[in-house]
Design a protein around this ligand. Structure first.
Ligand code: NAI
Ligand code: MG
Length: 487
């Protein structure tokens, strides 16, 4: 069977290449993290399909790039509308496939997917410009030209959301796209492919190849006919991709992991601090930006911990389709075991686990209890490695200098959350923090015009607004002389 039925919609289980559905002879099994139920057999791509997809995208490139931002924009705006018309279906499909909360998909994530497409289409049409520079009468005109075929490799924690952060600007910039969604969550990417067709986006402009990173992803990222690679996922995989890209010097944009600090200062609003801290369990902790290291001033540590416990104890774990649920299952048995491994090793080391620390016995399956580790040994695995699950650490500090040293003392630099009641104080801290995004007295809000990415091992490059186009496009400077004109 070449499709799965979810929420009354048909989701194709085959690749989408050159506007056609193409099956592989091999398949792999996709299950739902909610209850382990069988979702379907998914085409397991090989070098053959990877090469076909790049070829299709390459063939479609001249016409798509020649359309220009306005004609492309009209098609992309239609695509955004189709996403909006299908929010409920997309939300249902994504929840079945990755186990994140249905209510978040409905209210936040899928509307944002539409915005990702609309925003970048409109940006390319109206905002993407730069003042001309004058040098001794010569005018430097700056423009953004389509670059070719962009390969996009995406993870499973927010599948369509993270994919469209890349698809939106890549297509708006005039590139054609080959998307390889994560093998655990292929379904919304496939459904989205049908929407691109419905929107009238020409065949070959957007392609989806399904399957495993080491098989199909490796062929795509080492392909000589591609112009860009944008990847979101883990640091080890980014290194493999960087090697694959090196032979062709293909530019890469990497959005990787984190072990972000959430700093609570003595002057903080403790209710707000506790609220923000508990939010770090969102998506069962499977969020790259999550502030997993809570650093609290020692004078307020007990009061804060009490408020944290109060809120965290109210979190309801369960079926992500239930509107009452706050925390759903982890994505996959392999990932569940990875999380459990981190916690078990922390236990064996004698770390102080003051909350959770084990699978949810009542729910079984892939549900892991929200966990808090108190005062972990500095440098130990639980406080340095990205767990990517509902596991937070809490540590105390005495001075700002100590807080900053702890906050910056990891190999990552993706995000930071600062909770303080004093603007000058907060400014002094944010000036010294190394992170791509810092939230002060808030979390997760981001304007698509602003840059997004990681410092240190958390990433290479920035996307968002002009930064996205700087990456996906070939930025060109045309210097025009005042001399030599005959008219
Ligand atoms: P991963 O980085 O291996 O997978 C992400 C994507 O890369 C998937 O689409 C996968 O198929 C693809 N991929 C894997 N190997 C590849 C290769 N050689 N060439 C091309 N593409 C390849 O992440 P994984 O194994 O699913 O999760 C491991 C850890 O990564 C997590 O525990 C978490 O710490 C981190 N992670 C971070 C994410 C983020 O948002 N920054 C998202 C997902 C995972
Ligand atoms: Mg799945």
């Amino acid at each position: 069977m070449s499709f799965i039925e979810v929420a009354g919609a048909k989701v194709d289980t085959r690749h989408f290449i050159g506007g056609q559905r193409i099956a592989s002879s091999q398949t792999y099994t996709n299950t739902s993290p909610i209850d382990g139920s069988f979702l379907g057999e998914i085409s397991r791509g090989s070098a053959v399909e990877a090469n076909e997809a790049v070829a299709a995208a390459k063939r479609a490139f001249p016409a798509w790039s020649a359309l220009g931002p306005v004609k492309r924009g009209e098609l992309l705006l239609r695509l955004a509308e189709l996403v909006e018309e299908n929010i409920e279906t997309l939300a249902q499909i994504e929840t079945m496939d990755n186990g994140s909360l249905l209510r978040s998909h409905r209210r936040g994530v899928m509307p944002r997917v539409a915005l990702n497409i609309r925003f970048f289409a409109e940006w390319a049409m109206n905002e993407l410009k730069h003042e001309a520079f004058e040098t001794r009468g010569h005018t430097n005109n700056i423009s953004w030209d389509p670059s070719g075929v962009a390969v996009l490799i995406t993870p499973w924690n927010a599948p369509l959301m993270l994919a469209t952060w890349k698809i939106g600007p890549a297509l708006a910039a005039g590139d054609t796209v080959v998307l390889k969604p994560a093998e655990w969550t292929p379904l919304t990417a496939s459904f989205f492919a049908d929407l691109t067709k419905q929107a009238g986006i020409p065949d070959g402009v957007f392609n989806v190849v399904l399957g495993f990173g080491r098989e199909v992803g490796a062929v795509l990222t080492s392909h000589p006919d591609i112009s860009r690679i944008s990847f979101t996922g883990s640091v080890p995989t980014a290194k493999v991709i960087a090697h694959a890209a090196a032979d062709n010097l293909t530019p890469c944009s990497f959005e990787l992991g984190g072990k972000s600090p959430l700093l609570v200062f003595e002057d903080a609003d403790l209710e707000l601090a506790a609220e923000l801290a508990v939010e770090q369990y969102d998506n069962a902790g499977q969020v790259c930006l999550s502030g997993t290291r809570i650093l609290v001033h020692e004078n307020i540590a007990d009061a804060f911990a009490e408020k944290f416990r109060e809120r965290a104890s109210k979190l309801k774990q369960g079926d992500p389709r239930d509107p009452e649920t706050d925390i759903g299952p982890q994505i996959h048995q392999v990932h569940f075991d990875r999380i459990k491994g981190f916690v078990d090793r922390a236990k064996a080391e004698g770390q102080d686990i003051v909350m959770g620390g084990q699978p949810n016995a009542e729910l079984g399956g892939l549900f892991f209890e929200p966990t808090l580790v108190k005062n972990p040994t500095p440098g130990s695995e639980i406080v340095t490695a990205e767990v990517f699950g509902p596991v937070l650490c809490m540590q105390t500090f005495k001075t700002d200098a100590e807080a900053l040293e702890m906050a910056n003392g990891t190999e990552f630099g993706l995000a930071a959350v600062v909770v303080s009641g004093n603007r000058d104080h907060a400014k002094r801290i944010t000036d010294e923090l190394v992170a791509g995004t810092i939230w002060v007295n808030c979390f997760f809000v981001r304007d698509l015009r602003a840059p997004f990415g990681g410092s240190k091992k958390s990433g290479v490059g920035r996307e968002g607004g002009n930064w996205s186009f700087d990456f996906y496009a070939d930025v060109k400077n045309t210097v025009v002389s005042p001399n030599g004109w005959k008219e």
